[in-house]
Each structure stands twice: as C-alpha cells, then as structure tokens.
Ligand binder design. Structure first.
Ligand SMILES: C[S@@+](CC[C@H](N)C(=O)[O-])C[C@H]1O[C@@H](n2cnc3c(N)ncnc32)[C@H](O)[C@@H]1O
Length: 777
C-alpha cells in the first residue's frame, strides 16, 4: 500500500498535483528492475517544479545541506524584521522540515462530506492521543485547510497516522485534496474572489493558487459562474504543469495563457475601443528569491546572497505595474512573494505607491484572516551589496560602480504615508509554516500614466489630434470610471508598457479593426504551435446524433462546445463558458492560449452503438449533469455502491428497480445518478457518475481512486475500499467470476493513451468493440 509521508513525500518538491502523485505512485510501484526509469521521473519532477522540495535525510541520495548562512543571518538581523527575543526561534524554525498541509478542494457539495470523513473517521480516532498533531488551520475558512504538525519522519513512524496518510494519498489522486503549503493559501484568500469576477493570475504556474481561485469562483455552487480566471505564466513548460492542476477542478471558466507578465497583452472582449478586459481581481505572485522557503528548499541556505533580491526587483516592479494597469478601477490586486526581503516586498510597494500618486491604496485585510499570526510591513529597511556593505542611497551604489541597484529599492522619505503596516509578513516560527509576504492593493482611480479611453465615436473624430494634446487634456482625472485605460505616459522605464501602448505603437487605437473577430497574424505569436480552438455553430449537424442519443436538453448552448482538430475526427469535445468563448474568438491572433475548456465527450466508436460515437467524460458532468441529460438512471445508495465496488456488475446484482430502469436504455454510455433520500447522510449530496450500460452488465469508467472516493462518501468500510484500491486499473472482472467479461476498463486516468478497450459485452457478442480514447490534443 502506498502511503503519504514515506519515500514519495521526502523526495519530491513542494506541490503535489494530481498527476504528479500519479507518477509518484508509478514510481513507488515499479519493480526493482525499473529503478532507473523511476529515477528519471524523479529528476524530471525536480526540474519541473521550481518551488520544490529536496530530499532531506541520509536515507535518500540527496546530500544533506548545512542550514546556516552568515550573510543571510546578518541581513535579516539588520532589517529588524524579527524581534531580538524571537531571533533564535525564527532560525531554529527555518532549519526544521515543513509540516504537511493540505486543502479540501471539492467545491460542489462534496467538500463538506470530505470534511465530515476527515473529522469523524480519522481525527476522532487520534484524539486519544493527548496532543493531536492534526488540526485545521485556524485562519482558513470553513475548516477546509489542514496541517499535520509533524516532520515526515515522525509521520512515517506514527502508526495511528497511517490510515490518514493513505486517505490523503488516494484523495489527492482523485483530486479532492490538494497538498499546498499553508502560507501559499493566503494570497487567494485575501484576493476576495467572487463568482462574477474576472480574475487574472499573472505568474500562475504550477497553479496551486490558480486552483484556489477557480474554487472561489465556483463557491456558490454554480457550475458555470459568470466570472473566469486567466492563468498566465511566462514559462511554456510550466504552463503545461498547470493544465493538469486546473483540469482536475473541472471548470469551464479557466484559460491558461503563456506571456511575459511584464507586457501581458490586453484581451479584447468586444469590437469597441473600450472593449478590453479590465480585471476585477489580479494576483501577482511574482518570481522571487524564495528565501522564505528555506524549510523546503534547503539548497537556498548555501546559495543565498544579498544580490538575489535586488536582481529580481526590476521584474517584480514591472509585473506589479502591468497588473495594476490591467486592474479595473475599484478592483483588488494581491502582490505576494515567498521571500522575506524588503527589497522584493515593501520597496516594490512603496515605490509603486509613489508612482501611482494616490490612485492605489493598501487594504487592511486583517479581518479576512482571523487567527493568522504575522508581522506588519516595514516603513524602513536597509539595502546591502553582495559583500554585505550597507548602501545608503542610489548615489552611493553608482559611486561604487554598481549598476544593478535602483532608486526604488531604497525606502522613500514619505514611506510612512503609505500604510505599509498593512503588508503581511508571515514568519516560520509564528505558526510552524514557511515565510511569506502578502499585500492587498485597491485601485481607486485611473493610474497617472494612463487615461480612460473615450467611446469609439469620439475617438474616430479625434483621429488626427496630436497625442501629446490628448495626454494633457483632462487625463489626470481620478474619477474616471470608463472601463478601459490606455497608457499615455510611462512612469518609469520606457520599454515597460509596449503592449499596453497600442495608441503609440502603431498609430491605431485598440479595437479599431475589430468588427470581425476572425484572427489575423500577429508578430508576437511566432513559435506558437497550439492547435486551434474551434466552436460548433448553432444547429451544427455534428451535435445532432449526440444530442439525440443522450437526450441532451435542447437549449444546451452548443455554441460553447469546442474542439481542436481542424480536419478529421473531432476526438475530444470541450465546453467553455460564454465569456471565455468570446475571449478566445476575439484574441486567438494575439494571445498564446495554451489550454481551456472542460472535456465533455471523447470519441469512442463502437459497433454496438452505431448511433453515437461519443462517450461522456466524467469531468464533463459539471455541465452535462443529470438535469441536462435524459440518458440517466436514478440509483439507490446500495446500487451505487454495487456499481462502484464491482468492475462489471451484472444487472441481477442491482435492485429490481434499477434493473427495470436500465432495461429502458440501449447499450452505451449512461449516467448513474444518486440523490439522497430525506435524512440520508452518507452522503447528503447528489452524486453523478458515468459508465457503460452493457447487454446485461454495467461498467464504471472511473479510476480506482475516484471509485474509492465515492465509496468513502457512501460510508463503505475501509476494508472494502482497500480491495478496490488493490485492483489493477485495468483489472479483469474477477468479482463476476465470468472471464468472458475480461474487460480492460477504460478509466478517466488513462484516457490520454490510445488504447483498445473491450467492452463487457463485446466478448459475449462476437467481435471486439474498439474504443479509441485518444484525447488527440
Ligand atoms: C512563485 S512562482 C508562482 C507560483 C504560483 N503562483 C503557484 O501558486 O503555484 C513564480 C512563477 O512566475 C513565473 N514567471 C517568472 N517571470 C515571469 C514573467 N516575466 N511573466 C510571467 N511569469 C513569470 C515563473 O515561471 C514561475 O512559474
């Protein structure tokens, strides 16, 4: 049995994504002869995740790191961030491994069920233990954030924690638990995202905060909320890490894009000049020195020097500046780093406060984080060179021949005016976490170097007016409420805002040529190789057989149904929210979209089902649920348990009612829906899963971890669940005792592979049924 906290835990980095854990399980279950390959996987993991964690003890092949650095200690002593009396506690804490933290991720009624299971099935059994090491994070809402206050080695050796570890591993794999560092959960919380918000995550990979943002978007239980998340990262490879992280949240409201955040292009949403997205919420979780993450990134101990912060300062400034430009007046931006360094934190904020001349203000978010212990931001700090010599001002740095220092790194004289105490600095010894810096900013008016763009008509009349005159004319107004701003004057580096300054760069105004959203070539798109994102038209004949076979509601918005193959079969069919559809149609010439959409159908032709070649995808049930499809049987709790427990239960294992209902349908993919009776608590939420209705048996398409998840929700005994987990993913149907039903079960996990799947019925009815499940992307 695979357990969290064992070797897997110790060797891998920071964020355990669903797919990452899948690969870990593979590594763990490989036989000795395949060790080389497993090591390759581990190396790739390290390479993939820049925030990661290294092995930490002598049982692993990673060298033990000396956890001291005289310069680091001197630097932070001199900053006065840590009280003298707390200094030793701070350092000692920084040298300890991080505790395990996780979030319950479900946001569709299942989160509460998961919480009940954690508390009733696992925590209560540990309470006999005088000091239970497992507790919810006191500042995380609705008890959905948890911490185990033990090192991994301690967890490994504590027998009574083993069932919890197994539970966490399975549920992480099935996407219902997210391993995430506690402090990293704070920025999305203080961003205060509501379901109707347009949210931008500027530096999003590998996507743990993006996942939280998506969950917040769905907090009202809406399957397709009005808002959306645009998740951006400059690193193409890391964008693909995010794809998997986002996929498990089953949301049609997130698009992953690949741009340099310092010049992130405007996104068109209409044909008019003012029709660019202005975000309600922006997260700037910028690249940083990471010196708050010493507990997990132990190699930083040896690498840290006082130049690292200043070297990142400029890009951090530019990202924040662009974020503020893209933020709507009245909107909120959160700036965060996993660094404790004021040059990467307060200096950035103070300098931006100065540049913005009262158009932004810092928000006091203390009431949003009750019970979180932290230090307030500084109004004064020190700048050092690499030799740890104190630099008093920019002039001194220039006199000494240093070119990498900027005036913005030094505390301004009026720093006290900026409410920098509203910044939050979490230190490791406060509550046994990593170190982090967070500040929430409100944009109260148009930025001084921006001006509100007039309506289209006015612009056309003014086409020949000198731009300088326009700059002068009334653009200093702070009451601007028009939705889009354009750069007229840059506050700092000239090159910073090339993408923003559409007016300056080509003499054309943004939106001028936007009567047709048909994409045109864009010079920035060179090297961009993604397949196109194409949409069905209203009354598209492609939809007819699918609609008829499944009995999909006639008002289902088929214009939001997307595919990516220009020619040949449409192998995978996606669904996207209306807002994102509009965005992709108007911006595919200028935005490097990497991924978006919820997979709703996969092509899987079968001679047994001549009428419809497409099979519903489990993740697509977010939008194609029981209320939308008539090819659906209502199952009792007992029938659901039978369905999930056995690989291919014959109909006669089901209740009479289920048998009769199933006979009403032809062979093929079908939904099974459970609705709790009044007073039913195991579980008290609706559950819909998809499977295959064979000639005389059923088959689930769920992965074994997802089956285990649902069986837990249905209150099935652990022993039975372990039996399901012990099965091979493509297990033969030993339960039925009928080897003729020897079916390779296609699960949600292996749909990326092209494979031939024999259905339960195919063996019985001569001729094997081939189900090509290649996602084709
Ligand atoms: C601290 S990590 C972000 C972590 C992420 N927010 C999360 O919670 O999973 C910083 C990210 O910024 C990205 N990055 C660095 N420079 C960037 C730039 N100029 N524009 C956009 N992203 C950038 C890096 O690739 C990295 O993924």
């Amino acid at each position: 049995m695979i357990t969290i906290g064992t070797r897997i835990h110790a060797c891998y980095k920071n964020i355990f994504t669903f797919d990452k854990l899948s690969s870990l399980i593979m590594v763990r279950t490989k036989k000795a002869g395949r060790k080389g390959k497993a090591k390759g996987n581990r190396d790739r993991e390290r390479e993939n995740n820049g925030d990661g964690e290294k092995r930490e003890n002598k049982h692993t092949d990673y060298p033990t790191t000396k956890k001291t650095n005289a310069n680091y200690e001197q630097y932070y002593k001199e900053q006065g961030i840590i009280k003298e009396a707390e200094w030793e506690a701070f350092l000692e804490s920084m040298r300890q491994p991080l505790p395990t933290t996780f979030r319950i991720t479900g946001f569709r009624g299942e989160a509460q069920e998961m919480l009940k299971i954690i508390k009733n099935e696992y925590i209560t059994k540990l309470v006999s233990n005088d000091e239970c090491p497992v507790h919810s994070l006191p500042w995380y809402p609705n008890e959905l954030g948890w911490q185990i206050d033990l090192s991994r080695r301690e967890i490994r050796h504590q027998q009574d924690l083993q069932p919890l570890k197994e539970f966490l591993l399975n549920e992480t794999e099935s996407g219902n638990i997210s391993r995430q560092e506690a402090v990293s959960m704070i920025p999305p919380l203080v961003l205060d995202v509501k379901p109707h918000h347009k949210v931008l995550d500027m530096c999003a990979a590998p996507g743990s905060k993006t996942a939280q943002l998506i969950e917040l978007l769905h907090a009202d239980g809406e399957n397709v909320p009005e808002g959306y998340v645009i998740a951006n990262d400059v690193c193409n490879k890391r964008c693909y890490l995010m794809v998997h992280q986002v996929k498990r949240l089953q949301s049609p409201c997130c698009a992953i894009v690949n741009h340099d955040a310092t010049t992130l292009p405007n996104i068109r949403i209409g044909e008019g000049i003012k029709d660019f997205v202005q975000y309600d919420r922006v997260l700037c979780d910028v690249p940083c020195s990471g010196d708050g993450t010493l507990r997990k990134n132990v190699d930083i101990w040896s690498r840290w020097n006082a130049n690292i912060g200043p070297n990142l300062h400029k890009v951090q400034m530019k990202i924040l500046k662009r974020g503020l430009e893209l933020l709507a007046v009245g909107g909120r931006l959160v700036y965060s780093t996993c660094s404790l360094n004021p040059v990467e934190n307060e200096a950035i904020i103070a300098s931006m406060m100065e540049k913005c001349k009262g158009c932004i203000e810092l928000i006091d978010v203390s009431s949003q984080l009750p019970n979180l212990k932290y230090n307030h931001g500084l109004s004064s700090w020190k700048v050092f060179n690499k030799k740890m010599e104190h630099m008093s001002n920019l002039e001194e740095t220039r006199n000494k021949g240093y070119s990498h220092f900027e005036g913005s790194m030094f505390p301004p004289d009026n720093a006290k005016d900026f409410n920098l105490e509203r910044c939050i600095r979490v230190l490791p010894h406060h509550q046994n976490t990593g170190g982090f810096f967070i500040v929430a900013i409100q944009k109260t008016a148009t930025l001084p170097w921006m001006r509100p763009v007039p309506p289209v008509q006015e612009v056309k009349k003014e086409e020949n007016v000198d731009l300088e005159q326009k700059k002068e004319a009334g653009d200093q107004s702070k009451e601007a409420s028009v939705p889009v701003e354009t750069v007229v004057k840059e506050p700092a580096d000239k090159d910073d805002t090339k993408e923003t300054t559409d007016v300056k760069s080509n003499g054309k105004r943004p939106g001028d040529a936007l009567t047709d959203p048909t994409p045109t070539k864009h010079k920035k798109m060179h090297g961009y190789k993604e397949d196109p994102f194409l949409f069905l038209e209203a009354n598209d004949p492609f939809w007819d057989p699918i609609q008829k076979f499944y009995g999909i509601r006639p008002d289902f918005p088929i214009e939001q149904v997307m595919y990516r193959a220009e020619t040949g079969h449409k192998r995978t069919i996606y669904f996207v929210s209306n807002q994102l559809r509009n965005i992709i149609r108007r911006n595919s010439d200028r935005i490097r979209f990497i991924n978006l959409g919820l997979r709703i159908f996969g092509r899987s032709p079968s001679p047994l089902v001549p009428d419809c070649e497409y099979r519903i995808s489990q993740e697509g049930l977010t939008v194609l649920g029981a209320e939308c499809i008539t090819r659906c049987v209502q199952l009792s709790r007992e029938d659901m348990v039978t369905f999930m427990t056995y690989d291919n239960p014959f109909f006669d294992k089901m209740s009479t009612k289920a048998r009769e209902d199933l006979k009403l349908f032809s062979i093929g993919c079908i939904l099974m829906h459970y609705k709790p009776e009044a007073g039913e608590t195991k579980p008290s939420c609706n559950i819909t899963v998809c499977g295959w209705r064979g000639k005389s048996s059923l088959r689930t398409f769920l992965s074994k971890n997802l089956r285990a998840h649902y069986l837990r929700l249905f209150g099935v005994e652990l022993e039975e669940i372990l039996k399901v987990l012990a099965k091979k993913e493509n297990a033969t149907n030993s339960e039925t005792g009928d080897t003729s039903q020897d079916s390779a079960v296609e699960t949600e996990e292996n749909t990326n592979k092209t494979e031939t799947v024999k259905s339960a019925d195919s063996e019985k009815s001569s001729g094997a049924e081939k189900m090509d499940t290649n996602e084709g992307t």
